[in-house]
Write a protein that binds this ligand. Structure first.
Ligand code: ZN
Length: 259
């Protein structure tokens, strides 16, 4: 059985045996969506009020392993895992944004940092070719900056992996050098890696200058951009924001948070 299929089967088994995950999937049926054009690309806007807790979460940097929700002792008892190499576990995310939304956690309670682990991201994307692997830096949308983790979801859900007109390369060689030489602030970073059927491994790097845009703080438009949004799926949590989301607002948000 191929690795993508094994992963899908694992997800289906977890839905069957873990009511918390089933509830998360059922909640997704309530999500409304619309599409807009942004610089020639089709971008999805979601209305998902259940994500409010994530979108408006305070950034917490220090949590010890005794109260970390990604550490083994605090994880739900029904949550099983698939190992990746020696140090990582693939888990189903009980508050999914998409069906088949996984969290990939390091075995140790150690801070979010990509240095030394970019190759791991690429290895995951090379193994699970139907999926995109993404990394949110500690100050760029990571929900648990205190515990190293990636996320993974079907690449078909990300406009960036399918239709968005990026010419760029690349297996991320230049970025890898920047990361190793500490020429990039890895707290202010979003990275998405996937295997393109034709072009091979693709990396898209978003360097950030802010975690959240001005409109978040003046309460006029609540979004908290991270990989999912920059990959082309904007999650809104208030009906009014879903209604008014358009290319002009999103362009402004992107320019305010991006380098
Ligand atoms: Zn932890």
């Amino acid at each position: 059985m191929d690795t993508n299929k094994k992963l899908r089967n694992f997800y289906d088994q977890q839905i069957a045996e873990w009511p918390g995950l089933k509830d998360g999937i059922t909640a997704l049926e309530q999500v409304q969506e619309k599409w807009i054009s942004l610089s020639g690309d089709n971008i999805q806007i979601q209305y998902n009020p259940l994500r409010k807790i994530n979108v408006t979460a305070k950034v917490v940097d220090a949590v010890d392993s005794g109260s970390c929700f990604l550490c083994a002792s605090q994880r739900p008892k029904e949550q099983r895992s698939i190992s990746f190499e020696k140090s990582f576990l693939i888990l189903c995310n009980p508050r999914p944004i998409f069906k088949e939304h996984f969290t990939i956690v390091h075995n140790d309670h150690r801070p979010q940092s990509l240095k030394g682990f970019f190759d791991t991201m690429k290895a995951i994307a090379s193994k699970y070719t139907d999926y995109a692997v993404f990394y949110n830096g500690a100050k760029s949308g990571a929900s648990a900056p205190f515990h190293l983790h990636f996320q993974m979801a079907p690449k078909a859900v990300f406009p960036i992996c399918t239709a968005m007109g990026f010419e760029n390369d690349f297996a991320g060689a230049g970025f890898s050098r920047e990361l190793n030489n500490e020429k990039v602030n890895q707290d202010l970073l979003n990275v998405i890696v996937w295997s393109d059927t034709v072009k091979g491994l693709q990396t898209r790097v978003f360097k950030r200058k802010a975690h959240r845009p001005k409109c978040y703080f003046d309460n006029s438009f609540i979004v908290s951009p991270a990989c999912v949004e920059l990959g082309g799926v904007w999650v809104t949590v208030r009906a009014e924001d879903f209604e008014k989301a358009d290319s002009e607002i999103l362009k402004r948000v992107v320019s305010e948070v991006s380098v």
